[in-house]
Design a protein around this ligand. Structure first.
Ligand code: FBP
Length: 281
């Protein structure tokens, strides 16, 4: 039985990762996690079918969606695009003190019915609710692994203690700790923050002990080359790619940015060269 589960996990991970072991994944859970105002910059992208068609046309490797959006628009995905269904989230509407908790909003079995190639859950490491999110992740991982489905952890250090002791959630010591904790919990892929330097991100990758580490995109960069440089450094540090939301869907035409990111991730092209080739500068 174990061998069947493992081969399932390996095969499904290949839906996201190309032969080079790297991936560019489009994230769009923001309508829930941040609210529909995240789409104000390009309002037509509030319609998941419109933005998903654009990112697929541009050659994206995979997408992350919440279950309801996967249900509404999953049919626009090509079979060769990996589908990750995220099973925890929170709204921005909850009280400030509860923002450090993500709650379950779906089930592994339903993600399988939606055709998911992986499921994901967030753990805010260092949060006062860390214990609850650890249990949620453990339950998702246990069920998913029984079905041979990979599990992705969004491993984000976050909470009052992190701010007090380390100053910011991107401090490499806590990002590295979160990545290690995710690997120790059995994550098959880890998504986390940029630590600011190639050298420190390399330590995060080391701490993950071979589990692929992907960058969490973050707010839209003022200058596209600035963002491409971060992704370039992630790859140079041994990272396995990036999961990007706002830097893609907050652009009127996301195609050149996606193509430039693919050049950096899969062809090791220098950021400026990739940006020029796609007409971004
Ligand atoms: P972005 O590239 O837009 O940062 O998307 C990645 C992501 O993790 C989303 O999946 C999620 O909705 C969002 O960032 C969370 O952002 P934050 O918690 O930092 O506000």
């Amino acid at each position: 039985m174990d061998a069947f589960q493992n081969i399932g996990i390996k095969r499904r991970l290949k839906r996201f990762f190309r032969r080079d072991g790297r991936a560019l994944i489009f994230a769009m859970d923001h309508g829930f996690e941040h609210g529909p105002e995240d789409f104000n910059e390009v309002w037509e992208h509030v319609n998941p079918r419109i933005i998903l068609k654009k990112v697929i046309r541009a050659g994206i490797d995979g997408v992350v969606l919440l279950p309801g959006i996967a249900r509404i628009s999953g049919d626009v995905l090509n079979p060769n695009v990996g589908l990750m269904v995220k099973l925890t989230s929170k709204t921005n509407l909850r009280p400030k003190e509860d923002q450090f908790l993500q709650s379950p909003l779906g089930f592994v079995e339903d993600a399988i019915k939606l055709g998911a190639d992986a499921v994901a859950a967030t753990v805010y490491w260092g949060s006062p609710y860390e214990d609850i999110m650890m249990k949620q992740f453990a339950e998702v991982a246990s069920i998913a692994h029984d079905f041979g489905l990979p599990v992705v952890q969004f491993a984000y250090p976050r909470g009052p203690y992190i701010n007090e002791k380390y100053g910011k959630k991107e401090d490499y010591r806590v990002v590295m700790y979160g990545a290690r904790a995710a690997a120790e919990m059995g994550a098959d892929m880890i998504k986390t923050y940029w630590t600011g330097l190639r050298e420190t991100f390399a330590k995060v990758v080391d701490a993950a002990a071979g589990v692929p580490v992907l960058l969490s995109g973050g707010a839209k960069a003022k200058n596209p080359v600035e963002f491409l440089k971060v992704v370039y450094d992630v790859i140079e540090a041994g990272g396995a790619g990036a999961v990007v939301g706002r830097n893609i869907f907050q652009r009127e035409n996301p195609e050149p940015m996606i193509k430039a990111l693919l050049r950096v991730i899969h062809r090791n092209e220098e950021p400026e060269e990739a940006a020029k080739a796609e007409g971004l500068i």
